[in-house]
Design a protein around this ligand. Sequence first.
Ligand code: PRT
Ligand code: ZN
Length: 225
Amino acid sequence: MSNNNRLRIAIQKSGRLSKDCQELLKQLGIKLNLREQRLIAHATNMPIDVLRVRDDDIPGLVMDGVCDLGIVGENVLEEAQAERARSGNKGSVKKLAKLDFGYCRLALAWPQELGKQDKSWFSGKRIATTYPEILSKYLEREDIDASVVMLTGSVEVAPRAGLADAICDLVSTGATLEANGLMQGDTILESNACLIQNEMLKDAGKLALIDKLMPRLRGVKQAKE
Ligand code: PRT
Ligand code: ZN
């Protein structure tokens, strides 16, 4: 990237968090000229560049210092951190703020026709998920001997397709579980979008800019309460 002293912020290009992220940047006073297909948008009134990427790439970009800040779901952040910790791959981020959008929960679910089940039912079962690290940690913590099947999409059809006995997926209204004949069980993680920063960031100018933006962020949050 050409200009290294501009603060780089990674946000989701298109998806559930994009609109709220763009709105938040606007409320922070960052003026952007967002063109649909562009990967990078340059702020016109501050030394800030916004990178628009897939949400799954955001923790890694910030951990590796390619971007200084990022906005991502805590679910995606936790999965990426657990993955890095397991593979011994360095790179750390700190959470600067929990944001008031992107709420969802990561929950277990199984076919409704099986009726209510407790944790012991999961022993020996196969659970499909996009969050194998978070799920494995939960299973370990709860001493449940189940196996984990990693799927990157359409997790909710896994039981019907015979790929798994149960699932562990994100839920917001519950309509998707309902439509797929699944019953919701324990919540493993509650998640909001959050603002993260590369922990190794040392550039005084960038740190000063972040210090200027944080009170504005707190102001935006308070105004909504
Ligand atoms: O393309 P890219 O990789 O960037 O996007 P994506 O498709 O991976 O993510 P996206 O845009 O679907 O979600 C981005 C983030 O929004 C997630 O990582 C969460 O932090 C947050 N979020 C909030 C959700 C939901 N709510 C949500 N309901 N992410 C996904 N869902 C899905 C869920 O997986 C299930 O398929 O919506 C369905 C359930 O919704 P209900 O309302 O039927 O319960
Ligand atoms: Zn994604």
